[in-house]
Design a protein around this ligand. Structure first.
Ligand SMILES: NC(=O)c1ccc[n+]([C@@H]2O[C@H](COP(=O)([O-])OP(=O)(O)OC[C@H]3O[C@@H](n4cnc5c(N)ncnc54)[C@H](OP(=O)(O)O)[C@@H]3O)[C@@H](O)[C@H]2O)c1
Length: 282
């Protein structure tokens, strides 16, 4: 009998480019070694089925060990990993991809993303290589992270690459309206990273007040605000089982119009991550 939380998470999945992306995943940046392995094992036990990693996080080995120990069937898991901006030449992509698969101990990833744009990247060559990896069945889908609408226009409208998501910073303290409009017009999901503004949302008074009304925490309110939006997934990082559970329970919070108006009125210019390699954000 499947864990009811897993069932709930599978229902809460977004179909995109042939894959089913659970809307709530576990972020793993700044978790490494045994601590990372323990956190991922705990999350899988609680019902998480979407794990977000990257070659740059230096934790794919620990995640591979957690996946192997979990006993969760591979087809029930969604694994995203990413290629670092220094490895965007076709040969380097293949080499990095092979290394990621080996460390993760799997023979296929669900989603392979370009982690950051780089100034001198050759977009047609990059996406030709990624599309080959997809055709070969080594990744089920491909996508991007930290891509502006200008870059997406090249990749989606000109190169016509089958992009399954753009993973960008998005939370209650940062507006992403223009990018969201572009993505939703093309049915491309936005995967929200730093969905808790790296923990800052927990001390926000407005969110705490809304949470009190619903017997929820400020962090849960921030997550549910994201997950209530069409085509938006979120990947909060939580190292402790207690926070992992709290974040899963955010799916049950019911926000009303007053809550949404109060959240809309929060200042929305706070970036936790500087998209240093990207041209101006629009
Ligand atoms: N594509 C990219 O360029 C990119 C960039 C940044 C992040 N990401 C991805 O997105 C993930 C999430 O972003 P992030 O890790 O930077 O920030 P985040 O998820 O917004 O915040 C993580 C922080 O919030 C804390 N936290 C977790 N659950 C909480 C709760 N219920 N109440 C209060 N605090 C809570 C965590 O605590 P603990 O420290 O105790 O765990 C941690 O300090 C990353 O892990 C990574 O997978 C991608």
């Amino acid at each position: 009998m499947e864990n009811p939380q897993t069932q709930a998470l599978q229902t809460e999945a977004i179909r995109t480019q042939g894959i089913s992306l659970p809307r709530l995943g576990l972020g793993t940046f700044r978790m490494q070694g045994d601590a990372c392995r323990a956190a991922v094992e705990s999350a899988l036990k609680l019902g998480y089925r979407h794990i977000d990693t990257a070659e740059m996080y230096a934790n794919e080995e620990a995640i591979g060990a957690a996946l192997a120990a979990s006993g969760v069937a591979r087809q029930d898991l969604h694994i995203t990993t990413k290629i670092w901006h220094e490895n965007l030449a076709p040969d380097a992509i293949r080499k990095a991809f092979d290394a990621s698969l080996k460390k993760l101990r799997i023979d296929q990833v669900d989603l392979y993303l370009v982690h950051w744009p780089s100034k001198n990247m050759n977009l047609p060559a990059i996406f030709e290589t990624l599309m080959k990896l997809k055709e070969e069945g080594r990744t089920r889908a491909i996508g991007v992270a930290n891509f502006t609408t200008a870059l997406l226009k090249t990749v989606v409208d000109e190169i016509r690459a089958p992009i399954a998501c753009d993973q960008v910073e998005y939370h209650v303290m940062l507006d992403q309206t223009p990018l969201r409009k572009y993505l939703s017009a093309r049915s491309i999901p936005l995967v929200a990273y730093c969905p808790l503004a790296q923990g800052r949302v927990a001390s926000d008074e407005t969110l705490a007040r809304i949470g009190k009304k619903h017997h929820a925490s400020a962090a849960q309110v921030a997550l549910k605000w994201l997950l209530d939006q069409d085509g938006v997934a979120a990947i909060p990082k939580a190292s402790r089982a207690e926070s992992q559970q709290t974040n899963l329970d955010a799916l049950k919070v019911k926000l009303d119009d007053d809550d949404r108006s109060a959240i809309a009125a929060l200042p929305k210019t706070m970036r936790c991550v500087n998209p240093g390699f990207a041209p101006a954000w629009d």
